[in-house]
Design a protein around this ligand. Structure first.
Ligand SMILES: [Zn+2]
Length: 567
């Protein structure tokens, strides 16, 4: 098989994949050629990255399904309970597979457990032992399907996220329990879908809460498999919203504020996003103003970032304007299933739908910016930490100005930089000389360096404030030495630290190696049980778990440098 390069960790090789990939490359070049030279040049020279360039003017990025909006009850009504249950899950796979080929990014269910409980209730599916057994089996198959289907474009799995944990219906609780159990039982090699457990006071957060047992189960599962991740509904960025209205994509996209209607994640998504290479700007400022004070350099940095962000805004708008000019019939699946906030099928034009989405300006390498401008790390010097916060606040303020000025949902995104974390420094290496460029990756968004070794609580506290500022999405990861099996209290303590420090979305990472010969799990280069050196390594890239062999070069370099956050 011809090697066409791996750009994305969930990519596999196939004939269709090869043809898709070649076409994708051609089309990306076609898009770049059609853009104003100044814009194309910024992308090519690594100052910015226009994500999903192949979808430019053709589609949007991601969507959290408004599943209940037009659920086709008539399809199931006349059937026996067993057929209803089986076909509901078939229906879910159907929309995932079809939407997955109609948009460029992920799909999310905001309340997978509760929505299904409502659907079951409306179809009079009762809680008999048989029905519950069947639901459990269907969930098991659904999880395996999400994990094993690499059918999207002949090479990648669908990016599916299930937000769960808040249902107080009996059957909803069961569904939540089955999801966690079946995911846990499916073994370590099953790493999809992404599951997000919503933690909420009065529902599941404390021992006296009725869904606390589900929270406990979720943490026990995370301690084995790094999934679920946690959406902290009581923390500052989230507590003003009804928790059922909030959801995240596994890759951390957050869609909530809305200039055009209801503030909800449901039935909305990100339309397009572009990431700005912050270290590039810092290198240029440092070169030009090397004798200035740190504060002066930071002001110059922000000024230069605004110049770039202004162009980025123009590109986002251009892409949006091309998108909304398309005929509605270009989105047959969306037309058929009506999963958006407003009815897609009745909309006079695409603008009325897609204006509800977000337009995100992302960033990578805040840590490197401070290091380039001051030669020190921001995480262990309070004064520099405050400067890092100041930079992000300034970026957010400017994006809020754009939001008002254009009456569009511009947001600041803490980008998950799977591809760009390696792409940006590989280009910058040819222009600048700096020790930072030797490690071959830039640190994600505002994250503290992966080799910082700082305690987990400290990392969560320091990163917390950035979650409120990055209204387009953010995640904090805690890097554990090994799987904390059984220690759910330890994870809950860290989640509490997150809640009181403004963390919106929290995940736990630890290295997970599996012997391909005997199945032994742990952290090793050679199996400690049978001595085999055929080891499958599972790591989290940028929100989703993946197998290390399929990582991009930059991410492989970052994984090598990861150090645990011990407490
Ligand atoms: Zn072994």
């Amino acid at each position: 098989m011809i090697d066409f390069g791996i750009e994305n960790a969930s990519q596999r090789k196939s004939y269709i994949g090869l043809i898709f990939n070649k076409g994708e490359k051609l089309y990306k070049n076609e898009v770049l050629d059609s853009l104003p030279i100044e814009w194309a040049e910024l992308h090519k020279n690594g100052s910015i990255h226009i994500h999903d360039l192949d979808g430019y003017g053709l589609t949007y990025n991601c969507l959290t399904f408004n599943l209940l909006n037009k659920f086709p009850y008539h399809r199931f009504k006349e059937k026996k309970d067993t057929r209803k249950i089986i076909e509901i899950f078939e229906y879910l796979k159907e929309i995932i597979a079809k939407i997955g080929n109609e948009q460029s990014g992920g799909m999310s269910f905001a309340n997978f457990d509760d929505d299904l409980s409502i659907i079951f209730k409306n179809l009079s599916i009762t809680e008999t032992e048989n029905n519950l057994d069947l639901i459990k089996d269907c969930i098991s198959s659904f999880i395996l399907w999400c994990n094993n289907s690499h059918e999207r474009a002949g090479q990648v799995s669908y990016y599916v996220s299930l937000n769960i944990g808040l249902s107080i219906q009996n059957i909803g609780k069961k569904i939540c329990e089955f999801i966690i159990e079946e995911f846990e039982d499916a073994g370590n090699e099953v790493i999809k879908p992404n599951i997000i457990f919503k933690v909420k006071q009065g529902i599941n957060r404390n021992q006296e809460d009725e869904n606390y047992f589900l929270y406990e189960k979720a943490c026990l599962c995370t301690a084995k498999k790094m999934i679920p991740t946690y959406l902290l509904c009581d923390s500052t960025p989230n507590k003003k919203y009804n928790p059922t209205e909030i959801a995240v994509m596994g890759c951390r996209t957050r869609v909530l504020q809305n200039n055009h209607g209801k503030e909800t994640s449901i039935g909305r998504g990100n339309i397009d996003y572009i990431t700005i290479n912050l270290p590039r700007i810092a290198f240029e400022i440092e070169k030009q103003y090397f004798s200035s004070t740190t504060d002066e350099k930071i002001e110059k940095f922000i000024f230069k970032w605004k110049e770039t962000a202004t162009i980025v805004k123009n590109i986002l708008l251009d892409r949006y304007n091309k998108l909304i000019e398309l005929p509605i019939n270009d989105f047959p699946t969306n037309l058929k299933y009506d999963l958006w906030i407003d009815n897609f099928s009745n909309t006079p034009n695409l603008r009325e739908i897609f204006k509800n989405g977000t337009f995100s300006i992302g960033f990578i390498g805040l840590s490197e910016v401070i290091e380039i401008l001051t030669d020190k790390k921001y995480y262990n010097i309070e004064e520099l930490y405050q400067k890092a916060v100041y930079i992000v606040k300034s970026m957010r303020n400017y994006i809020d100005e754009l939001r008002q000025l254009y009456n569009m949902n511009f947001t600041l995104l803490a980008t998950s930089g799977e591809l760009i974390s390696g792409r940006f420094p590989s280009i910058d290496k040819n222009i600048f000389k700096h020790k930072i460029l030797e490690k071959e990756y830039y640190t994600n968004s505002f994250h503290i360096d992966v080799d910082s070794n700082i305690p987990a609580t400290e990392k969560i506290k320091k990163e917390g404030i950035f979650h409120e500022l990055c209204n387009g999405g953010a995640i904090t990861y805690v890097e554990l030495k090994s799987s904390p099996i059984g220690n759910y209290e330890g994870l809950q303590e860290l989640i509490e630290v997150g809640i009181s420090n403004g963390t919106s979305y929290l995940g736990f990472n630890f290295p997970l190696d599996i012997c391909e010969n005997c199945g032994e799990k742990g952290v090793f280069d050679k199996c400690e049980n049978c001595g085999s050196e055929k080891i499958k390594r599972i790591r989290r890239v940028s929100g989703y778990l993946e197998i290390l062999d399929y990582f991009t070069q930059g991410k492989k370099a970052e994984v090598k440098n990861r150090k645990k956050n011990i407490d």
